[in-house]
Design a protein around this ligand. Structure first.
Ligand code: ATP
Ligand code: MG
Length: 258
């Protein structure tokens, strides 16, 4: 018998996962995603996306690298400068960081919009309800009366007065196509994605190469620090950020393992 704490075979309750386990965070994350599928808020495709993300996280050392923290700060400044910032939420984001998204939106004055690759009315409503259970007051996305140009109809749908009218959008885990189409609309686009080679990360004005589990609370932390900063300070933070350098730094960390 090993001394290793037992991994719950079927963790119905995340408190069953022993915090002392060396893969505690990863197990907790998997549990939340699995639970999201059971609740009907995460798609089965979302399980695969999570797996891809985990592989990159492993290679990054499962930590927030310095360039990702700089990106989170630049993203925060961009959001605080915006007239109409919106956080886009999909099934993985809703399963992993619902409360953290609500907090980020509160502290930056952003709106929350549910936006799905596989859009069904039922899943949209479940995610909105899940976010409200975690404290969100107003959740956009259900109107679906706007469109991102350049995409086929099903994937283009947004709220006209939400993402449609936003000047800055935070899209954690967006697919490459839509990230490119949003960037083409001239919006400041902040992407959180563990893969620096992903087209989503490459299309972003501010790519944060980090796990959403760490990155979303990190942006909220920066926002608490920066919320009283004046416009020129925020502008300087945004202007000094170099997206290509941030992506290169993340790729270098993955390749060299340091
Ligand atoms: P491309 O962007 O190159 O077009 P894609 O976005 O269509 O590819 P997917 O596998 O659908 O590819 O996207 C999942 C993306 O989300 C991956 O890049 C993965 O690294 C990222 N990802 C998954 N889970 C997380 C997470 N918890 N935190 C941050 N990023 C994640
Ligand atoms: Mg991608």
């Amino acid at each position: 018998m090993s001394d290793e704490p037992q991994i719950p075979v079927s963790p119905d309750d995340e408190t069953e996962i022993p915090e002392s386990h060396p893969r505690y965070e990863s197990l907790l994350t998997r549990h939340r995603i699995e639970h999201g599928v059971d609740l009907g808020i995460t798609s089965r495709q979302g399980l695969i996306a999570q797996g891809r993300g985990e592989a990159y996280d492993y290679l990054l050392g499962e930590r927030t690298i310095e360039s990702a923290d700089d990106a989170a700060r630049a993203a925060t400044a961009q959001f605080l400068l915006a007239d109409h910032p919106v956080v886009s939420v999909n099934g993985n984001v809703a399963a992993l960081v619902p409360g953290e998204v609500v907090e980020l939106a509160d502290v930056t004055g952003a709106e929350i919009e549910v936006n799905l690759f596989n859009r069904t009315k039922e899943r949209m409503e479940r995610i909105a309800a899940h976010l409200r259970e975690h404290g969100a007051e107003d959740v956009k996305g259900l109107a679906g009366d706007g469109e991102i140009p350049g995409l086929d109809h099903a994937r283009a749908t947004v709220d006209a007065d939400g993402i449609g009218a936003a000047d800055a959008v935070l899209v954690p885990l967006e697919d490459g196509d839509r990230a490119e189409a949003l960037a083409a609309m001239g919006k400041a686009e902040i992407v959180i994605d563990l893969n620096p080679l992903s087209r989503s990360a490459q299309a972003a004005s501010v790519p944060i190469v980090d796990n959403i589990i760490r990155a979303v609370p990190n942006v909220a932390r920066h926002a608490r620090e920066l919320r009283d900063a004046d416009e020129s300070e925020l502008r300087a933070i945004v202007d000094s950020f170099d997206a290509d350098a941030a992506l290169a730094a993340a790729e270098e960390t993955i390749r060299r393992g340091e």
